[in-house]
Design a protein around this ligand. Structure first.
Ligand SMILES: Cc1cc2nc3c(=O)[nH]c(=O)nc-3n(C[C@H](O)[C@H](O)[C@H](O)COP(=O)(O)O)c2cc1C
Length: 196
């Protein structure tokens, strides 16, 4: 993922707009190597739930991910449309946590994200059901091989997390790690440094 413009350990204070900082940290939407993100939701049993998804895209309207309409996360978001996304950089030196409200992505943006997925991931979106998962391996292979890759699956949906809090964490080789936490208020974003 791209190199940071401003680093959490740099002097001078962070940019006023956390989305600008996220833009400096995260790869461009056109980069096929999508960030792997932990998506946390509120489970229907009240316990936190979490899984990894790909960050499909990101702009001022939020952080987008896409998934099967039949999935557990979709049912959870219908009940409580709030989520947290945690991005861990592969070298473990940076982390970004985004907490916010979740809204449906537009059909145009979902179609664009669908077009950017590999054939394997499109098949998964279409054919990855509990019924198939319960079959023995030979029958799973058979069902998978027979699967046609359709156009955009109706069952494929997208969401955007609209941030209300964004926390950038950075390690330092000779100093404690440090975070800068932005919180959105009606007047705009405020920020503070946090330990940890
Ligand atoms: C690296 C990685 C990337 C993944 N990307 C996605 C994704 O973009 N969308 C998705 O629906 N599932 C993705 N998955 C699968 C999810 O982690 C999860 O197993 C699946 O979506 C079902 O989750 P749920 O039952 O909590 O809804 C990915 C898994 C891994 C390990």
């Amino acid at each position: 993922m791209s190199a940071p413009g401003w680093g959490v350990h740099d002097d001078g204070g962070p940019p006023a707009d956390p989305l600008a900082l996220a833009r400096a940290w995260l790869p461009d939407d056109a980069d096929p190597d999508r960030p792997r993100v932990t998506l946390s939701t509120v489970g229907t049993d009240g316990y936190p739930d979490a899984r990894t998804v790909l960050l499909s895209a990101f702009d001022d309207s939020g952080f987008a991910f896409h998934t099967s309409a039949a999935s557990r996360k979709v049912a959870e978001l219908a009940a409580v449309p709030r989520a947290t996304l945690t991005v861990l950089w592969p070298d473990w030196t940076r982390q970004l946590v985004v907490r916010g409200d979740v809204v449906a992505d537009s059909p145009e943006r979902s179609a664009a994200a669908w077009g950017a997925r590999s054939e394997y991931l499109r098949r998964l979106a279409w054919a990855n059901t509990d019924e198939l998962a319960a079959l023995d391996l030979a029958r799973r292979l058979e069902a998978w091989a027979a699967q046609q890759v359709p156009g955009q699956a109706d069952s494929w949906v997208g969401y955007r997390v609209q941030p209300r809090e964004m926390t950038f964490w950075a390690a330092h080789p000779e100093a404690p790690s440090r975070r800068v936490q932005y919180t959105r208020s009606p007047d705009g974003w405020t920020w503070r440094y946090r330990a940890g």
